[in-house]
Design a protein around this ligand. Structure first.
Ligand SMILES: Cc1cc2nc3c(=O)[nH]c(=O)nc-3n(C[C@H](O)[C@H](O)[C@H](O)COP(=O)(O)O)c2cc1C
Length: 328
């Protein structure tokens, strides 16, 4: 048998206070999304202040899209229809046309090249040196790529394949030619460095170091591309191994970045994942989390760089490089 209701001495319905609070919470939520809607409309219509960025627009559109697809929106809409909301509440976000049209307008705006004119789209290049296209290194990179994309950063993946990559033969021709004598993917991607704001390189661990394919590629890339093309970009290396040698391989790969005026991004642990197959690597919860954290940190730094540029912060003018020869 159910409990008998106890009469309320105040004479009020027992849940009247709770209902009032629910309406107040609802009104706060609607006001919040209403302010986001107005901000998005001002960015899309070109009225936004210069500090409004592509990232801000993406974040707002994502938040509004999630609200529009949620039960919260349906319940807020129903409350409005039932006349339960305060009269003075602005609620364009609750009108089907209001939110739908704003998101449509955002979709059109983001596809226009002009929206990216003032605000450069940030892009990170991933270079996977593993011969296994869908192996452990790829699983780690996928985790980062997903996180970066969710944070509004574009990505491009270059898998080096299974074929041997020519090694640097120290001919020094690239110093004058600006490109390598072996005309392969090194020159193709080297000529596109200006497109990227960050680079992530990944390798399986072979005998406690990165694999030869990747180091051959990177030796030639970093030697043949003029050094200033790497300056100021973000960089990270990630390694995968069954059991040991990860930190030695990780340190080895970071050497490319640390003498190229790049900014090496850290995570909650050294960037490593463990396994002999992608299935195993995907069970390494800590390794995956390390990748997501790395990507989050990278996305945040890219946004910080964006904000700095918008505010007129310039990169330091570097001195002409001095080479000290220890023999003379
Ligand atoms: C030639 C060779 C050497 C290896 N050396 C190591 C090693 O030193 N330490 C280790 O833990 N795993 C070692 N492994 C295993 C791989 O590093 C490991 O399975 C890695 O996660 C594979 O990544 P992938 O699937 O992206 O290729 C070696 C594998 C090969 C083929």
């Amino acid at each position: 048998m159910g409990k008998r209701a106890v009469p309320d001495p105040s004479g009020k319905k027992p849940d009247a206070g709770r209902a009032r609070k629910q309406i107040a919470d609802r009104a706060d939520r609607i006001s919040y999304y209403e302010s986001l809607l107005q901000k998005l409309q001002s960015i899309v219509s070109g009225d936004a202040a210069a500090s409004e960025t592509l990232f801000a627009a993406r974040e707002i559109a994502d938040a509004l899209g999630a609200y529009y697809g949620s039960d919260d929106w349906k319940q807020d809409f129903a409350a409005d229809e039932a006349g339960m909301l305060p009269h003075d509440l602005r609620r364009g976000v609750l009108s089907e046309d209001g939110i739908y049209n704003a998101l449509e307008a955002y979709g059109e705006w983001i596809r226009e090249p002009s929206c990216k004119g003032e605000v450069k789209m940030r892009k990170v290049l991933f270079i996977n040196g593993s011969p296994n296209e869908n192996g452990c290194t790829a699983a780690a990179m996928d985790e980062m790529i997903r996180e970066l994309n969710e944070n509004g950063v574009e990505t491009e993946l270059l898998w080096l394949g299974k074929k041997a990559v020519p090694d640097c033969m120290a001919c020094y021709q690239c110093i004058s030619a600006g490109k390598c004598v072996f005309n392969d993917e090194v020159n193709a991607i080297g000529g596109r460095m200006d497109e990227f704001d960050g680079i992530v390189v990944g390798s399986p661990v072979y005998y406690g170091g990165p694999n030869g394919r990747l180091t051959s590629f990177l030796d030639r890339l970093f030697f043949s591309v003029p050094g200033d093309r790497f300056e100021g970009k973000l960089a990270a290396s990630i390694v995968s191994c069954r059991r040991g040698g990860a930190s030695a391989a990780f340190e080895r790969l970071n050497q490319y970045f640390l003498m190229s005026n790049m900014h090496v991004v850290g995570s909650q642990y050294w960037n490593q994942i463990h396994g002999s197959s992608a299935e195993e690597a995907k069970q390494d919860a800590e390794g995956l989390q390390t990748m997501r954290t790395l990507a989050k940190n990278m996305a945040w730094l890219l946004k910080a760089m964006e904000a700095g540029e918008q505010a007129g912060l310039e990169r330091p003018a570097l001195e002409e490089k001095t080479l000290t020869n220890f023999i003379r």
